[in-house]
Each structure stands twice: as structure tokens, then as C-alpha cells.
Design a protein around this ligand. Structure first.
Ligand code: ZN
Length: 366
């Protein structure tokens, strides 16, 4: 009995030390359907100089073109390549066979968000329809734990997030589509953003402007300090579907600014500073050719190809990871849970965490 106790204590200690990291809070960020090709190679010359996709090629060339890959990608996403590539990690550069992919068959948004939030690429979840997802996810799960209760929030541009992530009984605060922010106290920025959103003359599409989502999300973070926050951007996908490569690139550039501003906010706030990790990915890839980059889906090659980036106190500064590997988006939910020292459980099967990502994180005290 005494020996059993010793073994129990030892194993408890080992498993705790394996999980303990200084990641106390997490921001999960996505930008819909943004290709690894632009993230790692910068603007694609086969598309950038095609007037079918870029109206003013001269200005776009000035903004995003350079002869080398290294210069080009820095012009498109300066914070990513000057900061995350030094202090964080970037996975998914297929030029090095460093691959990240979705496991679901459909390569569509609902299926993609379901896969990485629930850890379960359910074959029955196929199309982008306003139907409640019956599966709980990493966000709703964390919200059931006392440490995170009422400290989880989701802000997204695409209106279907209320069905994808909040379809079960256990709900989290969520703001998506054209929902105004509602609270007893609204900051000046929240009031202004609400008013722009409500009075906009633009046709209300399924995805609102990412800037609205960003403003409302960051104001909420500063005011309420959620420990777990999801921010889902959507306009990279919208502009790509319209075949507007100029706007797609501008949106990627704006997304990079969002990351910079968010990281600066995190590191300026005592609640978050040096205790908060950002985990960044996308829901699917897109066509890998100059004539199919606008689309994605089961029959468009390249649509399963994604990427991920991470930055935070538990993340080793490996930069752009260049070894051969295959990561799957379905492992992200449990990986994120492990970063927080938790184990995600649900009524459905959950993919194991990505061992490569766990091995690339720092254990507390080491
Ligand atoms: Zn799409």
C-alpha cells in the first residue's frame, strides 16, 4: 500500500510537471481560407500581374512585390516575418515538406471550424448551413471548468459561428455576424463600432468587416479580460471567392496588423503580459493554381493545405519550422487544452494533441 502511494505521488508529480506551462491565457485567431502560399512565399506573380484579378497592378506591385521570397513575404506580413518568425513558431511551409492539413473531406468552413474546435472531423458535418453543431468544443468545454467559467468569449466576422461553436446547451458569450455589442457599460469605441455596423449602407453579407470584429473583440478583452478568447476573421475568404487578389492581399496585410496590435495589447496589460499565448490558423486552404486559387472544396486540389503559427511564453522561438512533418488541424483543440494544463473531454471522440507542437513548447521551470 505504501509503495502504491509512492508510485501514485510520483506519477501525479510527473504528469503535472509535463503539463505545467506558463501559458495561463490563450487567444485563438483564425483568418478564413488564407493560403499557406501567400503566408510563406508572399504575393504570387502568376496572379499578382494578372489584370483579371488585380485592377491596379502597378500599385500592388509597389506594395507587395519583391524579387526574393524573403522580401516579398515581409512586405505582405511584416509583423509575422519580423516578429513571430523570430520569437514564435510558423508551421506549414510545404516548400520544406512541413505540412499542416485539415482531416475533413469537405475543405469547407463549417467543417473546418468544427474540426479544429471540437477535435472531431465528423463526416456528417459537411456544408455551410445555419444548423446547430451538436458537438461541444474546446471553448465550451473550458467554460465548464471553474478556472475558466465565464472567462471564455468568441468574436467572429462570419455569422455562422453562433451555430458552429454555440450549438449545444453550454453557451459562451459570442458576437458574430452583425450583432451589436451589448453590455451595461459600452466604451466609446464599442459605441462607435456598433453605430457604424448598424447604420452601414453596405449590403449586409454573411461576413461583416473584420475591422468591426477586431475592434469589438479587443475592447472586450481590455474590459473583461477573458482567459480564453477566439477571434475569427473572414474577409480573406470573401475577397478570394470574388477573385479580387488585390483585396485578398490587402486583407492579409490588415490581418498582420491585427496580430501586431493584439500582441502589443497583450504585452501592455498586466493581466495578460508574459502569461498569454496566441495560436493562429485557418479553416482550409484554396486551389493551388493561378486559375483555381479563388475556390476551395473537396475537388479543388490544395484546399486541405493549411498552416499554423504560435507565439507566447510557453512557445520556443523556433521561427519558421523547416523539417518534414504532417500536422492536422484536428489535433489543435487538445493541443490548446494541454497548453493550459487541461484535458479536453466530450461526448464525441477527440483527436490526440500534436506531439510535435507539445515538444516545441517550454515546460515551466525549464
Ligand atoms: Zn470560402
Amino acid at each position: 500500500m505504501k509503495y502504491l502511494l509512492v508510485i501514485l505521488l510520483l506519477t501525479t508529480k510527473i504528469s503535472f510537471s509535463q503539463q505545467a506551462t506558463n501559458c495561463e491565457n490563450i487567444f485563438i485567431i483564425t483568418t478564413d481560407g488564407f493560403r499557406w502560399q501567400e503566408l510563406f512565399n508572399g504575393a504570387d506573380s502568376a496572379i499578382l500581374f494578372n489584370t483579371q484579378y488585380v485592377k491596379d497592378t502597378a500599385t500592388l506591385q509597389y506594395l507587395y512585390w519583391a524579387p526574393t521570397t524573403e522580401e516579398r513575404r515581409k512586405k505582405l506580413m511584416p509583423f509575422t516575418w519580423n516578429f513571430i518568425a523570430l520569437k514564435g513558431q510558423m508551421w506549414g511551409n510545404r516548400n520544406y515538406d512541413n505540412c499542416v492539413s485539415v482531416a475533413n473531406f469537405y475543405r469547407m468552413s463549417y467543417a473546418g471550424y468544427n474540426e479544429f474546435l471540437t477535435g472531431y472531423p465528423d463526416i456528417r458535418i459537411a456544408f455551410n448551413q445555419p444548423k446547430n453543431n451538436q458537438h461541444s468544443n474546446i471553448l465550451t468545454y473550458l467554460n465548464t471548468l471553474s478556472a475558466y467559467k465565464n472567462s471564455v468569449a468568441l468574436f467572429a466576422s462570419w455569422k455562422l459561428f453562433s451555430y458552429i461553436a454555440n450549438g449545444t446547451k453550454n453557451k459562451i458569450p459570442l458576437n458574430c455576424g452583425y450583432t451589436p455589442e451589448q453590455d451595461d457599460f459600452l466604451t466609446a469605441t464599442e459605441q462607435l463600432t456598433n453605430s457604424i455596423q448598424e447604420n452601414s449602407m453596405y449590403k449586409k453579407l454573411p461576413t461583416r468587416a473584420d475591422l468591426i470584429t477586431f475592434n469589438l473583440a479587443t475592447e472586450y478583452a481590455i474590459k473583461k479580460h477573458p482567459r480564453v478568447m477566439y477571434i475569427g476573421f473572414g474577409q480573406t475568404d470573401e475577397f478570394a471567392h470574388h477573385g479580387e487578389y488585390d483585396k485578398y492581399l490587402n486583407q492579409a496585410n490588415l490581418f498582420d496588423k491585427f496580430l501586431a496590435e493584439l500582441w502589443s495589447m497583450i504585452q501592455s496589460d498586466d493581466f495578460y503580459k508574459n502569461k498569454t499565448t496566441i495560436f493562429i490558423t485557418t479553416d482550409h486552404g484554396r486551389g493551388d493554381k493561378k486559375n483555381n486559387w479563388m475556390r476551395h472544396g473537396t475537388f479543388t486540389p490544395g484546399s486541405d493545405e493549411t498552416w499554423m503559427m504560435q507565439l507566447g511564453p510557453n512557445i520556443q522561438p523556433l521561427g519558421e519550422v523547416k523539417y518534414k512533418v504532417q500536422l492536422k488541424n484536428k489535433t489543435f483543440a487538445q493541443t490548446i487544452a494541454h497548453y493550459l494544463g487541461e484535458n479536453f473531454t466530450a461526448e464525441h471522440p477527440i483527436s490526440k494533441p500534436a506531439n510535435e507542437l507539445l515538444a516545441a513548447t517550454k515546460i515551466l521551470g525549464q
